[in-house]
Design a protein around this ligand. Structure first.
Ligand SMILES: [Zn+2]
Length: 174
C-alpha cells in the first residue's frame, strides 16, 4: 500500500522506456498514429546516468522542429508517477504538433490555437493518466491496491493548484 497518495512505489521495476512507450500507447488507443521513428532517434528522453559528462535542462519540453513530422521531446524520465504523468503531457504537445502538420494546413498556420490551448491538451491527458481505472488497466495498480480517495484527491489538487500559476502565468509569456 502506498503512503498517502504517493504512487511511486508502484512504478518500481518499470523501465523509463516502458513509461514513454505506454504514453504512446495511450494516444494510439485514441486512433492517433505511432510516433515517427525520428522521434525515438532524435529525442533526449531519459535521465542521464551518474557520472555523465554533459548536462541538460531538467524541465520537460516538446519541440516541433520543422512544422512537419520532425517532433522531439527533452525529458529525464525515471520510473516515478510524476514522470508517468509528465510523459503523457509532453506527448500531448507532440501529438498536437502531428495533428496539425498535414497537407491541408499551410505551414504558416501549423501551431496551436494559443499557448494555453497547447498546455490544456497536454494537461488533459496527464490528468487522464493518473486516473485509477487507467492505472489498473496498464498494470501499475495491482488488484490488491486500495487507494485512499481523500489522499488521492488531495494529491491531485495540490499538483494541479500548484501548477496553475506556472501554466497560466509563466507559460503564456514564453
Ligand atoms: Zn506543456
Amino acid at each position: 500500500m502506498a503512503e498517502g497518495g504517493n504512487l511511486d512505489p508502484y512504478f518500481r521495476g518499470r523501465t523509463p522506456e516502458w513509461i514513454v512507450q505506454q504514453a504512446e500507447k495511450f494516444y494510439v488507443s485514441l486512433s492517433m498514429p505511432a510516433l515517427p521513428k525520428s522521434f525515438w532517434d532524435k529525442s533526449d528522453l531519459y535521465a542521464l546516468p551518474a557520472g555523465a559528462t554533459r548536462k541538460k535542462n531538467t524541465h520537460a519540453s516538446a519541440w516541433h522542429i520543422d512544422r512537419g513530422k520532425d517532433v522531439r521531446s527533452l525529458m529525464s524520465v525515471v520510473p516515478a508517477s510524476s514522470w508517468f504523468e509528465t510523459t503523457h503531457h509532453e506527448l500531448g504537445h507532440v501529438y498536437y504538433y502531428i495533428a496539425y502538420s498535414n497537407e491541408s494546413v499551410p505551414p504558416v498556420l501549423r501551431e496551436g490555437a494559443n499557448r494555453a490551448f497547447h498546455e490544456a491538451v497536454g494537461d488533459l491527458i496527464s490528468i487522464a493518466a493518473r486516473q485509477e481505472p487507467y492505472l489498473r488497466q496498464v498494470g501499475i495498480l495491482p488488484a490488491s491496491a486500495k487507494l485512499d480517495p481523500m489522499q488521492y484527491l488531495l494529491e491531485e489538487a495540490f499538483a494541479t493548484v500548484v501548477f496553475l500559476p506556472w501554466s497560466a502565468g509563466t507559460m503564456t509569456h514564453l
